[in-house]
Design a protein. Structure first.
Length: 484
């Protein structure tokens, strides 16, 4: 809701410009040509005054993924992030997602997805190092404390599916030696949550679970009561230690295809907080079913792939209107343009091309869902100010129901309905080679509009019925809303 009252748009009536509406409301025109059926609309002679976006709130902010694969410099990452969180908070971020914070088998080179000791945050010498790749426990605690002081929640990356880095032991269920011995001498220097072959599949409790296999010989068996106790039930379990001792506020669950949805449910029943699962699947139905089963959010890989198809693979914006988690359950959809996995993937169909990223960010930061910013994109000086502007637009004007006004192979127009105290917005994406203009129906009568992205200087005025012609630059986007 808007933080302070302003006058409604109809009180800002201006002189109507000469009608530029085509006889066919769907007709696209090049901005350099006359509009069919009439003269080209004139721009407002005086520069209109933009709304003060700080006086509006969409009621939602933005998540920051704070790492990329193999971050550098090693052992300094927590300090690096501590230097950045103040700027992120000022830009409109409300949560930061940290990389896996504990010691992995690869020691000082580990990104954490080869978890060995769930309680070594960089204080025990094992796997060749005391600090993790990211730094020491003290530096992590300082980062969490500073983030909390700035009003930021801190999200822990949790790997529950598999372990790595244990010692060899004879495994009677596999009739051979396996790396499943985790104790103070073998990959678990903290001495908490010691494990052996009885805690991995197969064992005398179960042969396997209903998830996909990743590390088959170190596939954690969540049916074992001892494992449940140490992961989420006991007072000193991973879940409760991370929340109560380290100060984490929520969870990003890694590789959730690897275990049953009940594991997430049980964890959340014990500790609560914000949570999002990595269900790496472009099928929206799969994501919807998983969200329904767990009750927590999921990264909207369906939306990610629709954007990749629209902007890259097929160069057809009709894909933006495809089936996604966001369209079915926006409150549980965490949208994104890139992450640590997609950016290092050699398959170009698993990442969005650099030249198309800002159109993709414009998409997720104007639609519903909870948007994620990728560290490397935000810290790219070519993108930074543009992303900051999109975050401001998201946090202020991205309000109300989503309505697709028009879509074809090279144009996409979407309206956020707004509400009684917030005007909402209209997004116009074009992948055409020339400036485009299109007539649209708005909720705004007799009011001058402005592109709050700054990509177009065209400032049209709507008529008494809310009809207006708006503009998108060549291979770019605009985001229109009312002016004062």
């Amino acid at each position: 809701m808007k933080k302070t009252k302003i006058l409604f748009p109809f009180l800002f009536s201006l002189l109507l410009v000469v009608s530029g509406c085509s006889k066919d409301d769907d007709e696209v025109v090049d901005g350099t040509d006359d509009i069919t059926g009439g003269e080209e609309p004139e721009a407002t002679p005086d520069d209109p005054e933009a709304l003060d976006l700080s006086q509006y709130s969409s009621g939602q902010k933005v998540l920051m993924q704070t790492f990329y694969w193999d971050v550098e410099p090693r052992f300094e990452w927590w300090n690096n992030l501590s230097d950045k969180v103040e700027g992120w908070a000022e830009a409109g971020i409300d949560r930061i997602w940290l990389p896996v914070a504990t010691k992995g088998q690869s020691g000082g080179y580990s990104m954490g997805y080869d978890p060995s000791d769930y309680f070594d945050f960089g204080e025990y010498h094992q796997h060749g190092t005391v600090p993790t790749r990211f730094g020491t426990r003290e530096e992590l605690e300082n980062l969490i404390s500073k983030s909390h002081d700035l009003g930021l929640e801190v999200i822990a990356d949790i790997v529950l599916n598999h372990n790595s880095g244990g010692g060899l032991e004879y495994n009677p269920y596999r009739e051979k030696d396996t790396y499943t011995l985790f104790n103070e001498e073998n990959g678990n220097a903290s001495g908490m949550f010691n494990r052996n072959y009885e805690h991995f599949h197969p064992n005398d409790v179960s042969q396997s679970d209903d998830g996909d296999l990743f590390f088959s010989e170190q596939d954690v068996d969540h049916d074992v009561p001892y494992v449940q106790d140490w992961l989420w039930k006991n007072d000193n379990s991973v879940a409760k230690y991370y929340k109560n001792e380290m100060g984490f506020d929520g969870w990003r669950f890694d590789y959730v295809k690897g275990f049953g949805t009940w594991v997430i449910e049980d964890w959340m029943n014990e500790v609560g907080g914000f949570a999002v699962g990595e269900n790496f699947d472009g099928n929206a139905d799969v994501l919807v079913d998983w969200v329904d089963a767990t009750g927590v959010s999921a990264f909207d890989f369906a939306a990610f792939y629709k954007m990749e198809e629209a902007f890259d693979r097929f160069d057809d914006l009709n894909y933006l209107d495809g089936n996604t988690l966001r369209k079915v359950n926006p409150d549980k959809a965490v949208t994104f343009v890139a992450n640590h996995d997609t950016e290092k993937d050699e398959n170009e169909d698993n990442r969005i091309a650099t030249e198309n990223k800002m159109k993709a960010y414009a998409y997720i930061l104007t639609h519903d869902g909870y948007p994620t910013i990728f560290y490397s994109d935000y810290e790219n000086e070519a993108f930074k100010e543009e992303i900051k502007q999109l975050i401001e637009i998201h946090n202020s004007l991205a309000v109300g129901d989503v309505e697709v006004l028009h879509v074809d192979n090279d144009e996409y127009l979407m309206k956020r309905e707004g509400n009684a105290e917030n005007p909402g917005l209209i997004l116009y994406i074009s992948t055409g080679s020339t400036t485009k203009r299109r007539n649209v129906q708005t909720n705004w009568n007799n009011v001058t509009l402005l592109d709050y992205s700054g990509n177009s200087t065209y400032t049209p005025t709507s008529d008494e019925n809310g009809m207006v012609t708006i503009e998108a630059p060549a291979n770019g986007y605009s985001i229109y809303s009312i002016t004062k």
